[in-house]
Ligand binder design. Structure first.
Ligand SMILES: [Zn+2]
Length: 254
């Protein structure tokens, strides 16, 4: 026993839990610092944790797809730069032009959250969906004539152009039949259109079912989680995202 209370193991490993005591929320916010993330507005510890779990999962997936030997935070910052904000806003602040209240909305390096679900896993996937839009915007910001969602080209969702057929039967070719026009049936060959689950579970572009950018953001959730329906359509979505994301991600040099 060391009467000073110092733990040599702690000092060797740099384990952050050996540092001064922090609240759970402070600990998550400190984790955010390593990703360049700022939290605006008022957050609960649970909400902060849900955001950071999503961020870390995305960073890890970026790192493995980029394959440059980066940490999760390094890979995240390679794509989004050194500053990214999550802002807690009022219940109606993300209301769409169609008057539908969205849970969250995304702008350049900024995600605003107006509502959270009850379950952490839904919140984590919702945040991944929004980060999918942010990624789309990051790709767009490097293209010459791209204004996000002006349909002029350059965003990542453009890669889905011409591939959104809904198809009666699916050919396994890694690129076709990636459309949807409603939530898919729970069972059968086209289970959830190849997504791993339905609305508010694995699909969050609920009011924009056939919009290319919403399909892309939902596929981003499936890609980060590497989870799809065990169907031909699910296989196509998986192959498409693995190929497309790898190309985009490697184009940012470390
Ligand atoms: Zn969306």
């Amino acid at each position: 026993m060391d009467p000073t209370g110092h733990s040599p193991v702690c000092e060797d490993t740099g384990d952050p839990s050996c540092g001064p005591e922090m609240s759970v929320q402070e600990a998550w916010k400190a984790a955010g610092d390593t990703f360049g993330i700022t939290f605006g507005g008022t957050w609960s510890a649970k909400e902060t944790a849900d955001v950071m779990m999503a961020v870390n999962k995305v960073g890890n997936k970026f790192a493995s797809a980029r394959d440059f030997g980066e940490s999760s935070a390094e890979a995240w910052k390679a794509i989004f730069g050194n500053s990214f904000t999550f802002k807690r806003v009022g219940a109606n602040d993300c209301t769409s032009k169609k008057g539908k209240a969205a849970f969250a909305c995304t702008g350049h390096n900024k995600i605003s959250v107006s509502q959270f679900y009850g379950a952490d896993i839904q919140n984590i996937r919702l945040m991944m969906h929004e980060i999918g839009h942010a990624f789309d915007l990051a790709v767009c910001s490097r293209a010459e004539n791209c204004t996000w969602y002006n349909q002029k080209g350059g965003a990542a969702y453009d890669s889905l152009g011409g591939k959104l057929e809904t198809c009666e039967t699916t050919t396994v070719d890694g690129s076709s039949c990636l459309g949807r026009f409603s939530d898919g049936p729970i069972s059968g060959p086209d289970q959830h259109w190849g997504f791993a689950g339905g609305w508010d579970s694995w699909q969050f572009g609920a009011y924009e079912k056939d919009q290319t950018w919403e399909v892309f953001a939902d596929m981003f959730v499936g890609w980060v989680s590497d989870t799809w329906a065990p169907t031909d359509r699910g296989t196509n979505r998986s192959t498409f995202m693995n190929n497309t994301m790898s190309g985009y991600l490697k184009s940012w040099t470390p």
